[in-house]
Design a protein around this ligand. Structure first.
Ligand SMILES: CC(=O)N[C@H]1[C@@H](OP(=O)(O)OP(=O)(O)OC[C@H]2O[C@@H](n3ccc(=O)[nH]c3=O)[C@H](O)[C@@H]2O)O[C@H](CO)[C@@H](O)[C@@H]1O[C@H](C)C(=O)N[C@@H](C)C(=O)N[C@@H](CCC(=O)O)C(=O)O
Ligand SMILES: Nc1ncnc2c1ncn2[C@@H]1O[C@H](COP(=O)(O)OP(=O)(O)OP(=O)(O)O)[C@@H](O)[C@H]1O
Length: 458
């Protein structure tokens, strides 16, 4: 072991070594290794310890801990992507193995595409246990842990739940000061969960590990499921919109084939439905995992966000705020990344121009330097960027709406759209209204859904 060095292509197996939870400290310890290399130890700490758990809740916590161990392994597995996966200290059944294969294969889709890897038929979890019986209820009380990410989406959910009188705790993972400030601005109870990646991962990155995007929402979801059981509450609420289910369409160079690669796969419906069903059947029958915004497009979420100005000086959707290492934007919006481009465009049809320019500190649609960024959002000569942005059809509809507004139509990129891009598009594909219609596919509990619909329409 002491002579072990990370040699990506010589690695034979990825091992799920063990996982433990200490109810006295509230810390979950997740341990992995490559072959007989050093233990890679990730920790997750849920405030509120010591936790006193009865048998039913204790058993559910153990199941949630294993689920988290399996899901969070994706950060380390990706470093070498070996074809052998071993689970040392417990066995999983076929349903669990299938869920993990789905999460790893699809959640690493962008990673594989960018690195030129084919992970099909490579990711196989060993299903050595008999099929588990359906999970019992864990005796949970009615209360929601709502994930907050510092951007507009979770704030729309939080305000909707508040308006509907649902008890909620605003919950985030990691040390982001921006998220903390947004959470405090809600005036609601907050919960900040600690997470520390195994430090060796950063050494491996320097030593030539495969690197790239991971399905971080899947990891965050599994963390919140564990936290919900520890706190004895029955709902984990995310704010993933319908548009997240659609990836970037990438044409081959000869134009013959198109591949869909979804940067935000674990924000999509395929993940939510598979994960939410698994949690109810295999972790705790009374734990509901759902996204409150699943029926909404990005534009519909933007319209809801524009109804409140309470967070204008606090929120940011710019992911450059959330690096573990490295620089962050000085005033919350870098102004040059796909998320800044998209959020500016998505809010523009629903907000007074002065308010929007005030939030961003500049007018991105009057800056010719942003042309290439907007072209990729519009899927004009480029594919949708690998980022959490709306569908091309949403960007085109938002831009078309601005062409009709006197305060926007002279801005450089709106003008360019009107003159160069819009003439090539079908006018019938450019309406905003059809994109604001609510979808029927979601996991929102039925009584809540009826009331939410009325709230969104008000
Ligand atoms: C903040 C960010 O966008 N990071 C992405 C970036 O990583 P970078 O190296 O520039 O910085 P760090 O985030 O500090 O990561 C350092 C290394 O650690 C690895 N890592 C990080 C977190 C984790 O849970 N597991 C890990 O293995 C990471 O790969 C780095 O090697 O580029 C990376 C490569 O493309 C991305 O993987 C980083 O994305 C973060 C995991 C992240 O938290 N991103 C969210 C802001 C994000 O993209 N959220 C999406 C949801 C997408 C989804 O699939 O669920 C969203 O905004 O909707
Ligand atoms: N650090 C975090 N802790 C807990 N949940 C998070 C964290 N970061 C993001 N999320 C959640 O993951 C989901 C996707 O994040 P996303 O960034 O799309 O949402 P957002 O920050 O609310 O809005 P926006 O799309 O404007 O950035 C949301 O439900 C969000 O609350």
């Amino acid at each position: 072991m002491s002579n072990w060095t990370f040699q990506r292509d010589a690695i034979d197996a990825f091992r799920f070594v063990r996982c433990d939870f200490d109810p006295i400290t509230g810390t979950a310890t997740l341990v992995y290794a490559f072959d007989d290399g050093p233990e890679l130890v990730e920790t997750v700490t849920v405030p509120g310890a010591p936790f006193e758990l009865d048998d039913a809740r204790g058993a559910a916590v153990e199941r949630a801990l294993r689920l988290l161990h399996l899901v969070a392994g994706v950060s380390y597995y990706k470093a070498a992507t070996p074809s052998k996966i071993l689970i040392d200290s417990y066995a999983i059944d076929a349903a669990t193995a299938r869920l993990m294969e789905t999460i790893y294969l699809n959640g690493l889709g962008e990673f594989a595409y960018r690195n030129g890897l084919d992970l099909h038929d490579r990711i196989r979890f060993p299903a050595d246990a008999e099929d588990a019986a359906s999970a019992a209820s864990a005796g949970l009380r009615g209360h929601a842990l709502v994930a907050i990410g510092g951007g507009k989406d979770s704030l729309v959910s939080i305000e909707a739940l508040r308006a509907l009188g649902i008890d909620q705790t605003v919950t985030w993972i990691g040390g982001s000061q921006l998220i903390k400030a947004c959470a405090e601005r809600t005036g609601l109870p907050t919960l900040n969960i600690g997470r520390a990646l195994a430090p060796q991962l950063f050494d491996f990155n320097r030593q030539g590990a495969w690197n790239g995007h991971i399905p971080v929402t899947a990891v965050n979801s599994a963390i919140l499921v564990l936290a919900a059981l520890l706190r004895g509450v029955d709902q984990v609420v995310f704010s993933n919109e319908r548009s997240a289910s659609y990836g970037s369409l990438i044409r081959s160079e000869d134009g013959q084939t198109t591949t869909e690669v979804n940067h935000q796969w674990s924000k999509g419906w395929a993940f939510e439905s598979a994960f939410g069903d698994y949690v109810a059947r295999h972790v705790a029958a009374d734990l509901n995992y759902y996204s409150l915004l699943r029926p909404l497009s990005e534009l519909a979420v933007a319209r809801q966000f524009a109804r409140i100005d309470h967070y204008d000086a606090w929120f940011s959707s710019c992911n450059r705020n959330f690096h573990i290492l490295g620089e962050r934007p000085v005033n919350r919006w870098c102004g040059v990344c796909p998320k800044c481009h998209f959020v500016f465009l998505a809010l523009a049809p629903f907000m007074p121009k002065a308010r929007l320019v005030g939030i961003f500190g500049r007018n991105l649609l009057d800056d010719p330097a942003q042309t290439a960024g907007y072209d990729s959002l519009l899927e004009y000569h480029d594919h949708k960027p690998f980022e959490c942005v709306g569908e091309g059809i949403e960007s085109r509809a938002a831009m078309a709406a601005l062409v009709d507004r006197a305060e926007w139509r002279e801005d450089a990129l709106v003008k360019r759209f009107a003159e160069e891009i819009r003439p090539r598009l079908e006018p019938t594909d450019l309406g905003i209204e059809p994109l604001l219609v609510l979808d029927a596919e979601h996991r929102i509990p039925a009584p809540l859904w009826e009331r939410l619909r009325a709230h969104l329409a008000a």
